[in-house]
Design a protein around this ligand. Structure first.
Ligand SMILES: Nc1ncnc2c1ncn2[C@@H]1O[C@H](COP(=O)(O)OP(=O)(O)OP(=O)(O)O)[C@@H](O)[C@H]1O
Length: 735
């Protein structure tokens, strides 16, 4: 699409409109006479997320509270109208209102012509260095999505801290990128392409549909992100500031299976774009955050990253959006094997249907092939999917009985055979990942979990469980033991989810622990995760690969340890056989690679940790049971109300409302926990505190385990013996 098509004027943001200051709706004094007023509907006002004090951390009802500034409220009898100061004429009201918020795209960086494509990266770098002295580097989206500000993790933060030297990017020469992108990569410090980038980018740039497979943490995001940005630069990179403010169809739609991953992908692309003079506007569209705000951002987005559910919700409510989406140049499916799984594909399918429907209507179904390129990426593709993706997908689709065939057909590749780029045909696991397992009884997993954390103190650790209930249970348990744990699961409010990730990934919290369900298993790129602990055996081998892939990313190394109960042994064997099958076949060539091995953990030491674990569990259970009792009481009260009887009456109990006679062992335990009085709890806490303050002897030679939060080096200063926490865990290095 040529830039001059489909343009729609957009009001220029005023400096005052970008003010960071927030205020509640209030009646403004008479506006100055030279400012024209604009009446707008309440939904079209420039709402911003209200900033709440930390004490509201988990008050779910408050998340999503929005406020607006610079709005005049006019009351005429019962009619309330909202008027904004705006230099545009009022007739544009219906067309578009971008608002005043601090989330305007600011083409402050957009009025200097792009360096010529033939210019060497060095010259471009010099030019840009001069420019950067005059003003801060472009951060087109820096202030556009405050909801995701807190999700900035890993390398992206470095950009904000300066780092204007830049890397020598001559190793990218074979990929044949524009000088602008070379310069942006230099600023990111990415000196050379990763293997998947080296292989996939040229294929995408030459117009192919691509299916890309590479191990976790190997740079797949930029493997599709760089060509998408390159395409945008090719089309719009030379636009003047004024032209850049005009809306245009988006260049790419990127689908992600989880909200966190969507925000991370968008941050990753923004980080790349922040090194550009003219940059595309990247927007993330996910559930859990304000729809109106996301709709406003979507209207001007060049690259849209979203979860299918929310994306479909906003698309289906706007014919205009759907119409502009049909012009995308790229449809990207990240973590494709998950998104193409039955049960998850429904909304993605709706989106693709909508894109293709438009296509058909306009182009008379010329072969029914889209003009967009489809890019499909993951670290894992189960065998059937892989075969079908690599070319057989378009055959045998007549009856649509095979659902996977059906889904692939739906992707509607424009080529009969997409290019299949597999840079890790042998192993899906990262090279620098060490794997081990610890065998223990199912009932002792809490004890062993804590022991493992003690053996690896001050390491950023991600614990995966198979259920939300387990996350809820383990969180207070670990916190009682002074482990700085955060939780992440899908039933948490989105703000709380992001806050957990932010705290977990904060450079200040190197020894932080995140207890999560598989919602955190895919794609999350959090720097410095050294250890992944599988509290439960993952449900699939692929999930094991993704979970373990949260560590040992890019150039880093890391460990993955599975807690394995006797009833999980069969499943674990199957898992190892699957994950390392190819390695085993390839045999001697890969001698240095070891597989999951049973790790030695001194049971005597574990036994010494038992008293504190028992206490911590008791205290945590008591809190959980009380919380549960609150819910139960609500239920009972509501049921009594429905029956029209007193909550405490015998009549109500007789009617079954009191749920008598359903006491099981678990219920009894809960009851016992609830029965703990305040002073009993206080005594338990005091006992635990005293235990936690003691070192744990780990053997004959004055060796001790310490609480994970204690600085091992400090302790060592006064001791001759060794602390297990100081050495490299439990023998992972010897293997
Ligand atoms: N060329 C490069 N040089 C150095 N680091 C890079 C390069 N490309 C990407 N990275 C960094 O590597 C890390 C992992 O990248 P990314 O998140 O894209 O991995 P992935 O392959 O998508 O992993 P997963 O399968 O877990 O989603 C990121 O921190 C990213 O910034």
């Amino acid at each position: 699409m040529a830039p001059e098509q489909k343009k729609r004027a957009r009001p220029a943001p005023k400096a005052s409109q970008r003010s960071k200051k927030r205020q509640k709706i209030e009646v403004q004094p008479e506006p100055k006479s030279d400012v024209k007023k604009l009446k707008v509907a309440v939904d079209a006002l420039p709402w911003n997320e209200a900033q709440l004090p930390d004490m509201f951390d988990d008050a779910e009802g408050f998340f999503g509270l929005e406020e607006v500034e610079g709005v005049e409220v006019i009351r005429d009898g019962n009619v309330v109208q909202f008027v904004t100061a705006n230099a545009q004429s009022a007739k544009e009201e219906d067309e578009e209102f971008e608002g005043f918020g601090d989330d305007e795209i600011t083409p402050e960086n957009g009025n200097e012509p792009e360096a010529a494509g033939t210019e060497s990266s060095k010259t471009t770098k010099e030019k840009k260095a001069k420019k950067d002295k005059k003003k801060k580097p472009a951060k087109a989206e820096k202030s556009t999505d405050e909801d995701t500000e807190d999700l900035k993790v890993n390398v992206f933060k470095a950009l904000e801290d300066g780092g204007d030297e830049g890397a020598d990017v001559s190793a990218w020469a074979d990929v044949d990128l524009s000088s602008s992108l070379m310069s942006a990569l230099s600023k990111l410090g990415f000196a050379r392409p990763t293997p998947i980038q080296l292989e996939a980018i040229p294929e995408i740039l030459s117009g192919h549909d691509v299916v890309g497979k590479a191990s976790t943490g190997s740079g797949k995001t930029l493997a599709f992100g760089i060509p998408v940005v390159e395409k945008w630069l090719e089309t719009y990179g030379e636009l003047e500031e004024e032209e850049l403010r005009e809306t245009r169809p988006p260049t790419a739609l990127i689908l992600s299976p989880t909200r966190e991953l969507a925000h991370q992908l968008s941050e990753h692309l923004k980080a790349l774009c922040s090194g550009l003079t003219n940059a595309p506007f990247v927007a993330a569209v996910t559930g859990g955050l304000s729809v109106q705000k996301q709709q406003r951002q979507l209207a001007r987005a060049d690259i849209i990253v979203g979860t299918p559910g929310r994306l479909w919700e906003v698309m289906s409510s706007s014919i205009e959006l759907t119409a502009s989406f049909k012009e995308i140049k790229f449809l990207v499916i990240d973590e494709a094997d998950r998104l193409l799984t039955e049960g998850h594909f429904k909304e993605a399918e709706e989106i693709i249907n909508a894109l293709d429907r438009q296509q058909d209507a306009e182009e008379g179904a010329e072969e029914n092939l889209p003009t967009r390129q489809t890019l499909v990426f993951s670290a894992t593709f189960h065998k059937g999917l892989q075969q079908k993706l690599t070319g057989k997908g378009k055959q045998g689709l007549k009856d649509g009985t095979d659902s996977m065939e059906y889904l692939l057909k739906k992707l509607n590749f424009r080529e009969e055979k997409p290019k299949f780029v597999d840079v890790n045909p042998v192993s899906q696991m990262a090279d620098r990942l060490k794997e081990g397992l610890v065998e223990c009884a199912g009932t002792e997993k809490d004890l062993y979990l804590y022991s493992l954390l003690m053996y690896h103190p001050n390491q950023r650790t991600l614990i995966f469980t198979n259920s939300i209930h387990s996350v809820r249970r383990l969180l207070p348990f670990l916190q009682n033991l002074n482990i700085p744990a955060q939780a992440l699961h899908s039933q948490m409010a989105q703000k709380a989810r992001m806050r957990s990730i932010e705290r977990f990934s904060s450079p200040k919290n190197t020894g932080s622990v995140l207890v999560a369900t598989d919602v955190a298993a895919r794609g999350l790129d959090i720097g410095g995760v050294q250890l992944v602990l599988h509290y439960h055996l993952p449900r699939t081998a692929d999930m094991y690969v993704h979970r373990s892939g949260r560590t040992a990313r890019a150039e880093a190394s890391g460990s993955s340890i599975l807690l394995c109960a006797p009833e999980e042994v069969v499943g674990m064997r199957r898992l190892v056989a699957k994950v390392h099958a190819q390695n085993a076949i390839s045999g001697g060539g890969n001698k240095s690679k070891y597989y999951m091995r049973s790790l030695d953990i001194d049971r005597k030491v574990v036994a010494r940790l038992k008293p504190r674990v028992t206490l911590a569990k008791k205290i945590a259970d008591s809190a959980l049971a009380k919380e549960k009792k609150g819910h139960d009481d609500d239920w009972v009260r509501n049921a009594a109300e429905e029956l029209g009887v007193d909550y405490d009456s015998e009549e109500f109990e007789a009617a079954g409302g009191g749920r008598k006679g359903r006491g099981t062992g678990r219920k009894l335990k809960e009851k016992e926990s609830r029965a703990l009085t305040k002073s009993e709890l206080g005594a338990l806490r005091a006992e635990l505190k005293s235990l936690l303050s003691q070192r744990v002897n780990v053997g004959v030679s004055e060796r001790y385990l310490t609480s994970g939060t204690v600085d091992i080096n400090e302790l060592l200063k006064g001791a001759h013996g060794e602390f297990l926490g100081k050495v490299d865990g439990i023998g992972m290095d010897d293997q």
